[in-house]
Design a protein around this ligand. Sequence first.
Ligand code: GAP
Length: 513
Amino acid sequence: MSQKPEDLFKNVISHSKEYGFIFPSSEIYDGLSAVYDYGQLGAELKKNIRDYWWKSMVQLHENIVGIDASIFMHPTTWKASGHVDAFNDPLIDNKDSKKRYRADVLIEEHVSKIEDKINKEVEKAAKRFENFDAVMFRRTNARVKEYDEKIQSITTRFKKALNDNNLEEIKQIIVDLEIVCPISGSRNWTDVRQFNLMFSTSMGSVSEEANTIYLRPETAQGIFVNYLNVQKTGRMKIPFGIAQTGKAFRNEIVARQFIFRMREFEQMEMQFFVKPGTEMEWYEYWKKARLNWHLSLGLGKEKYRFHDHLKLAHYANAACDIEHDFPFGFKELEGIHSRTDFDLKQHETFSGKKLQYFDPELNQNYVPYVVETSVGLDRLFLSILSSSLKEEQLEGGDTRTLLSLPPALAPYKAAIFPLVKKDGLPEFAERIMTTLKFDHQMAYDEKDTVGKRYRRQDAIGTPFCITVDHQSLEDQTVTVRNRDTMVQERLPVDALANFLNERVSLKSLLLTL
Ligand code: GAP
């Protein structure tokens, strides 16, 4: 049954809470804005996603190693990286609704509405003409050309204003485009101000400025400051990568949309160090590799697209996002950035230490260039959860809630049910559980009818349900029911380990890469 996107999103949030995937943080005190806790099933799903990323990046690449750097870093790190001076969002408030917005987001949303109009024109024309050539149509249709020119003019003006840090001009663009506050509907805007997103705290007992430290806003800097340690001790040869997963913190102004934009979140980042001049080749390589990784989850090719950045971050010479079609539209899921030698050079300057590589082939030292892949684990979690949650119409008018997670990522890989709670069936089921639980996270359920137990497992994404019945005692076979097809087959107990290994292990997913 197809659901309206806004209904789907509401369902994702309530389903997450009802089944123990995600809870609002410190909920008994009414929660904390844009901070969430992962419950018993959420923690499993999140761990499986993290493991899949780690194995595909670190374990499958001989030239990528993983580290685990601290959240607290020397404060000069953030001066060097540019975050103290430039990690800002331009803010604007609507005086009537008292709501605060990111000025850049208001403008980008306006542009994407014009893009939607173009797409509608193209779709309409495609239905009308045979052998429709979309590229030619976009180039020649008067209305589309007008929209295209409008987008071009807004983006050029906006890009210049951002690069010049011209906040008055950014406000003027919002005024000229007649952008209204979505809450009050008015154009009564304040001036645009810059707002630094880093959280700070103080280390030690005296809170003087010298003791101010920051909660890292990205994990990447922990990699840059360890570049030389890893390169030397790991005898790494360029090109090579350093990966890590870990918490990052940002005092987001517009923190909404559940776990899409959080103040405390987890990143999975990899910095790939390359010879200067080869960075664009590697940038293209990682764009492709990372898109393939997302496609391997099987959520559908149409759910992803690339988006080139309008505004390049202070460290990048090329950057794009892999966007996912969330219930609230296409939004950034992962960033791929060509960061040049900006970070290592800055750390050389601020630390006074050389952060170079001796290239034996060129017989010369250089500061490597860097291509970064950076994905938010929580956003990835949301993309997988929202694409997997369905209300399915069954024959006979019944419906079921189905969470069709990629089997290798599901919190439980299989559930074991004794058909009845007597005649030795529970003991038989527990014996199977004992043999399988060393390889897979298993659920055991003996309450209610088997039909109800199937429904419970369908709703939490368990790919297989194994039922022990009286025949099992006689011939050592069980029924195995597939979550997606609901088809049941009879299998010998001895075949279960192999059956599951082939279908639900991370290896089965890694082999598709
Ligand atoms: N090191 C580069 C970097 O941090 P970014 O585009 O700011 O780049 C990378 O962030 C990824 O981190 C994003 O694509 C997104 O998935 C995730 N992310 C960023 N801010 C987030 C937030 N407030 N809440 C959840 N995820 C976030």
